[in-house]
Write a protein that binds this ligand. Structure first.
Ligand code: ADP
Length: 465
């Protein structure tokens, strides 16, 4: 449930942040496009102002040169003034053409009125110049006073008006540009702050939920551990309680066997032998369950002492021989030194070796079993190598053989007896003794179990699974 809530929060956060990022990008692009459009408009206004100013200047120059031409008597100076008039008139036309080309639809009527005015003025100025060329100074002067001057004034007024309009437009564009800049900054800040707040909120919510989940997990683990310990204690107590009647059954069946043997009464000896062996089998099983329960609740005590590992192995080989020979196996013991003294738990070491060798004897037929003792001086350990030429195991099969009640497959239960506890106990015990067990095996080619045991154990170690 909580996990679903975390996923929901993360999903919601992802969608919300994605929306904010899209908004952020859209706002940025929108304002950038706006700004670029305003810049273009501003460029047009600036160029219009430049053309209008130039037209104003050229028109005033034309008027001045015309008036100069009226008073000049020197033909050379007159010609110069005429050329300057022409040049300025030309410039006026060029700027007017440029203005006409870039004028907006709203400006078109004003510009065409101006065209009309300009053409009339230039034509009238042309007439006045013609009069001057024909020595008709009076007519030219009359034309200047009556037509040219009023037209000139009208043109100036119109140019000034247009300049004012352009100036207003420029001011409006400057204001728009400032507003655009302001809105861009504000919206960017708002979106960025929104994103940061959203990230913080989502991180907070997820953290809270994860903490809750961890707490629940912790409580569940504690409960499970407590239940496991309670179960192991119960099993240990039960096993302990079972041993007492079992020992009685075994003891009395042995006594009965002996009595019957002494009395020469052999009618029920086979049946009583069955009771005795079954009792032993059951006792071994109960002992195994007791061991695994103690190991799982860290209640295994170890009693270190100095002993000779070579002697121990000799005794182990003797006790395992009947089982090995039952399957027609050859058992050998190899060692480098006649004596290998170590300080560790003798009984637990013996238990591990018997488990490994019993398995070797059980899973090998007509083969070879070898127990080799090697000392690793660098690691300060003694290695017991239990090699067999038996059925071996595949990689998958070997992966969990150290887990309790694990057997390679169910068919094994029928073909080979066993509970699946031997290796689990040996593996945990080896750890308690400060060592470990490793296995190399191949299906159909036998197995090699190596038990590494420290040659000195300082104090009892606690098992860590
Ligand atoms: P079990 O009581 O079944 O022998 P163990 O824990 O001792 O339980 O072994 C677990 C399983 O590992 C066995 O059932 C067997 O399938 C496999 N196994 C252990 N030792 C050997 C071996 N030497 N060769 C082949 N298989 C083995």
């Amino acid at each position: 449930m909580s996990q679903r809530k975390v996923l929901f929060t993360l999903g919601f956060g992802f969608v919300a942040i994605s929306i904010l990022i899209v908004l952020f990008a859209y706002t940025a692009i929108y304002h950038l496009a706006n700004s670029s459009m305003q810049q273009k408009k501003m460029d047009t206004v600036i160029s219009h102002c430049a053309h209008l100013n130039a037209m104003h200047h050229s028109s005033r120059e034309c008027s001045l040169h015309l008036q100069t031409m009226m008073v000049l008597k020197d033909p050379v100076a007159w010609q110069q003034a005429y050329q300057q008039f022409e040049r300025n008139a030309q410039q006026f036309k060029q700027h007017h053409q440029a203005l006409l080309a870039t004028a907006s639809l709203a400006e078109q009527p004003e510009v065409s009125t101006q065209s009309h005015l300009m053409q009339t003025l230039l034509a009238t100025q042309g007439q006045a110049i013609e009069h001057l060329k024909n020595q008709q100074d009076e007519q030219a002067y009359q034309l200047l006073i009556t037509q040219i001057m009023p037209l000139q004034t009208q043109l100036f007024e119109q140019l000034t008006e247009m300049l004012k309009t352009q100036e207003k437009q420029r001011q409006r564009l400057v204001k728009d540009s400032r507003d655009n800049y302001y809105y861009t900054i504000v919206s960017m800040i708002v979106l960025a702050v929104g994103m940061i707040i959203l990230c913080i909120v989502i991180a907070f919510l997820v953290a809270v939920r994860i903490i809750k989940m961890t707490q629940i997990l912790h409580q569940t683990t504690e409960k499970a551990e407590a239940a496991n310990i309670a179960k192991s204690r119960f099993v240990a107590t039960m096993s302990h309680e079972l041993r007492t009647p079992l020992n009685a059954i075994i003891g009395y069946s042995e006594m009965l066997q002996e009595e019957m043997y002494d009395n020469g009464d052999e009618a029920y000896t086979t049946d009583i032998e069955k009771i005795r062996t079954s009792g032993h089998h059951l006792l071994a099983l109960v002992n195994d369950i007791l061991d695994i329960s103690r190991l799982e609740t860290n209640r295994v005590e170890i009693n270190p002492e100095t002993f000779d590992a070579v002697n121990l192995c000799k005794i182990v080989i003797i006790s395992i021989k009947p089982a090995a020979e039952k399957n027609h196996n050859q058992v050998d013991l190899c060692f480098d030194n006649a004596s290998e003294l170590i300080y560790n738990d003798l009984l637990r070491t013996r238990q591990i070796l018997i488990n490994l060798l019993s398995n070797a004897a059980k899973f090998t037929h007509n083969g070879q079993i070898t127990l080799t003792i090697k000392r690793n001086v660098a690691c300060k350990t003694l290695q017991f190598l239990v090699q067999d030429s038996g059925i071996g195991m595949s990689r998958e099969q070997v992966s969990n053989i150290f887990e309790p009640f694990t057997q390679v497959d169910s068919s094994t239960t029928r073909k080979y007896s066993g509970t699946g506890l031997g290796l689990a106990i040996s593996h945990r015990l080896a750890k308690v003794l400060g060592g470990f067990i490793e296995v190399k095996t191949e299906l159909g080619a036998g197995s090699l179990f190596t038990f590494h045991l420290p040659d000195y154990i300082a104090k009892p170690l606690k098992i860590k699974n």
